[in-house]
Each structure stands twice: as C-alpha cells, then as structure tokens.
Design a protein around this ligand. Structure first.
Ligand code: GLC
Length: 484
C-alpha cells in the first residue's frame, strides 16, 4: 500500500554521492546516504535513470532498460540498495522512459520498425511537429533515406507504441524491475507516447495551452504531436503490466486535461504549481484547480516545485521565500516530491562549460552538499560538476541546528500525516494564502509586509521562530495553526 500523504525524495544519481572517487555519484553512494532520507522522514525515493546511456540527455536516452550503467554500479549494487532501502522503510521508484530510446539502443538497428519513420515533405521534414528542445522533431537518416521522429533530442528516437512488439518489450521492462522488488515508477514524458497515426500537422492554436511553451510551440494546438485520444489503451496496458505498483506520470498538460491519465496512473505532476509565481492569488487559483482533479485515491496531483529540469525552488522563489515555500510544498494533500538538496536550500549553479546538457539544465544538477569541504563530501575525486557553495550550506551543519532549513523540512514531514486529506481555501488578508487542512490552518505570507492571520489558534509550526506574533505573520513567513 502506498502511504497516505507520501513524501518522495528525488535522487539525481550522478550528483548525490560518489563512492569510488570517479567524480560521479553511484548506487553504493546512495546506499551510504540513506540515513539522511530516514532522518528527513521521507517515505520513498525516486531515482532518475540509472540505465546504460550515452548521456546525450544525461540518462534519459537509454540504451539498455534492464541493466545499470557501470558508472553507477551493477545490478547487484542495485539489489543491495533496494534491500537496504526496504529494510529502512523506504520505497523505491525507478524512472521509466517509454517514449523514446537512445539512438544507440540496439533496437534502433535491429528493429527499425519499432520507431516512427516518414518520408520527406517538399524535401524537408514530414510535418510541422517540433522537438521539446527546439527545431523540427524529425531528423533525416542517411542510411534509410527517411526521417525519424524524436520528440526530444535527435539522439532520442521515439518508439512506435502502435507496434505491439514495442508494447510487449516495454511491458517486459516494467515487469523486470518490479520482479526485482521496486515499488513503482515515475513515467517520463508520457503525454508524448501516442501521436496522430497519420502524422498530420499540429493545427494552429485556438486557445492557450495552459502551461509555458516556447513561442513557436505556443502558436500550435499540439494536438497531433502528443496526447492522442488513444492514450487510454496504452496506459491500461502499462497499468496491467505494473499491477498495483505506484505510477506517477510526467504529463506536460494542465490539470484540466489529466483525466485520461488519472484513470490508470496514480498521480500526475502538477506543473501548474511549479510554474506559479510565489504570490497568494495565483497560488490559490492553482491549488483550487489542481486539487479539484481527483484520481484513483483522491487528489490526483503530485506536488513538485523543483526538479532536474526546471531548477531550484530557492533560486526561483528567492532565498527570502525558501521557508514559506517549504511549508506550502509539504502541507498540500496527497503525494509530494522533494528534489535532493532543496531541503538545505541549494541554489542553482553556473553549470558547465562546455555544457553536458545542450538545453541548459546543468545548473539544476550540481552535487549534493553534505559538508563544508571544497567538494562538499560528494566525492574524493574531481566532481563531474562542482558543488555550488558547500561552505555556505550543507547537510552536516544544518543537521545539528534546530533552526536550519533542514530542521524545518523534518518538522514539516513529521507533521504532514496528521493533516489529513482535505483542503479548503480560507479567505485571508490580501497577499496572504491560507487554507484549512482538517483541524489545521496553514497561513503563508509571500509578501514583504506583516499580515494578520485569518484565524487564531495555537501555532503547531512556524517557518522560523517568532514568525507568528499577535496573530500576524512576519514577511515571507508561514505557520501552521491548530484551529479545530
Ligand atoms: C523528461 C525528463 C527530462 C528529459 C525528457 C526526455 O522531461 O525529466 O530530463 O530530458 O523527459 O526524456
């Protein structure tokens, strides 16, 4: 059974803990750091891809779905990590990348018909679909004289989920890891799984998409290149292969369009929250919209405010708001995702030059800062990306400080199960966000003014000591009150 109000900790394996001095994080390193997760009180961890990969998309270009990349260890190391995680009460989710493989996956050569091919149109790409990272979603293959589809990088050809052999192969992958004992999957880019079978152009947009897009994408309805109405059948098959494992979907669609996905997956990442400015009115309308969409077990949203793609909470909302943002993330009902390092307020860094990721996401992926040493305790070698500022923030220093951000995360995670399932917005002073969770009131003040709380009650938690005084909340502060 998936825990109520679960907190899932996202581990980016390259950047969590290196155990062998090669400068890249690995599975044994993760195993050695499980104390940190247990201390935080999280219920589960999600590992971004650990499979063999030529790293065109840092692991999201998979060339063998049933092995571990040697840089991270072996299947034996994975089994050992899983066993220890389970012993310690932590569930483990893997990242399943079903939409595309690496162009170096043997399938691309051995089973070209498992991919999506088309002939040129007027000497150019077959249609107007664009890749997530910009430019046409089609590349020409000299050898075959045809174009292949890639919704992401050209090194990531899209699989054809209308081919039953592809479906069988991917179901086999799901069963492989479940057979080893994993508890579920984060399913990557699942809105890209099924496209228009006739590969027709995306028509012009007639209404806003509902989530940020590049300017050229926003002009199109994106109704043929993704999210085809047939998606239900593919999802039903995935659900059948996965049994009752926990499935969280990465679906880049606004919550109003989640329903077909929620019939089969447990929860969907709420990117509306991630993109929302840290300001009461917008947050309130996003929370109302996303919590209204119900899934198999209540709230269909999986809360997320940062990850390896979209950057760090603290950088986006400002250091002033780090504590109040933590209170928001951890007091929303249902399953919440916490990206490694956010619990100590890690910020984005400079990335690398030349970049590893052509889409500019290196800056979200700097290593965990465990202690104040120059490489933050991440590695004894030369880190693949340097830590940003371990001397300024690190786990060791914050673990011993009851007033640290890390201590606030621990308190929030401990409080969370007691908040129950329901959420009701509460009217509050302009600028303040407030909602009821059972007997509790959560008040969040993202402004730089002191604001009155909408009700009085005993403070159960404050974002910082003294945040709540005379029924008013300090600027950029938050509190949970018992009011019932
Ligand atoms: C998802 C991943 C991202 C990757 C993309 C293509 O959005 O989170 O990192 O680039 O899928 O697999």
């Amino acid at each position: 059974m998936w825990p109520d109000q679960a907190v899932v900790y996202q581990i980016y394996p390259r950047s969590f803990q290196d155990s062998n001095g090669d400068g890249v994080g690995d599975l044994s390193g993760i195993r050695s750091r499980l104390d940190h997760l247990v201390g935080l009180g999280v219920d589960a961890l999600w590992l971004s891809p650990i499979y063999p990969s030529p790293l065109a998309d840092l692991g999201y270009d998979v060339c063998d779905y049933t092995d571990v990349d040697r840089v991270y260890g072996t299947l034996g190391d994975f089994d050992a990590l899983l066993a220890v995680a389970h012993e310690r009460g932590l569930r483990v989710l893997l990242d399943m990348v079903p939409c595309h493989t690496s162009i170096e996956h043997p399938w691309f050569r051995e089973h070209p018909d498992w991919y999506i091919w088309a002939d040129a149109r007027d000497g150019g790409p077959p249609n107007n679909w664009s890749s997530t990272f910009g430019g046409s979603a089609w590349s020409f293959d000299e050898e075959r004289g045809r174009w292949y589809l890639h919704s992401f990088y050209p090194e990531q050809p899209d699989l054809d989920w209308r081919n039953p052999e592809v479906v069988d192969a991917m179901h086999g992958v799901l069963r492989f890891w479940l057979g080893r004992g994993v508890d579920g999957y984060r399913i990557d880019a699942i809105d890209r799984l099924l496209k228009d079978p006739e590969l027709r152009d995306d028509p012009p947009a007639t209404e806003p998409f509902g989530l940020p897009l590049r300017a050229d994408e926003a002009k199109l309805a994106l109704s043929n290149s993704r999210n085809h109405p047939d998606i239900g059948e593919a999802l039903a098959g995935i659900r059948e292969a996965a049994g009752d494992a926990f499935l969280v979907g990465e679906v880049y669609l606004p919550s109003a369009r989640w329903q077909p996905y929620l019939e089969h997956l447990d929860v969907i990442f709420a990117f509306e929250l991630l993109y929302c400015s840290f300001e009461a009115e917008s947050l309130r309308s996003v929370i109302e919209a996303t919590t209204a969409v119900r899934g198999r077990h209540g709230v269909g949203a999986a809360w997320v405010m940062s990850n390896h793609d979209f950057g760090r909470m603290v950088t986006r909302y400002g250091e002033d708001n780090a504590r109040a943002a933590a209170v928001l993330l951890l007091t929303l009902p249902g399953t919440t995702f916490l990206y490694q390092g956010d619990e100590i307020g890690q910020t984005e860094g400079p990335g690398a030059d030349p970049p590893y990721d052509r889409a500019g996401r290196d800056r979200h992926r700097h290593p965990m800062q465990w202690n104040a040493s120059p490489f933050g305790g991440f590695t004894t070698g030369k880190p693949w990306l340097p830590p940003v500022d371990p001397e300024k923030r690190n786990v060791e220093a914050q673990a011993g400080d009851p007033h640290s951000l890390l201590s606030l995360y621990r308190e929030l995670i401990a409080l969370r199960p007691g908040l129950g399932w329901d959420i009701r917005p509460v009217d509050a002073a302009p600028g303040m966000l407030a909602y009821r969770r059972g007997d509790h009131l959560v008040a969040i003040n993202p402004t730089d003014r002191r604001l009155p709380t909408p009700a009085s009650g005993a403070a159960v938690l404050e974002s910082a000591g003294g945040a709540l005084q005379s029924e008013a909340l300090a600027p950029h502060a938050a509190a949970v009150l018992r009011v019932g």
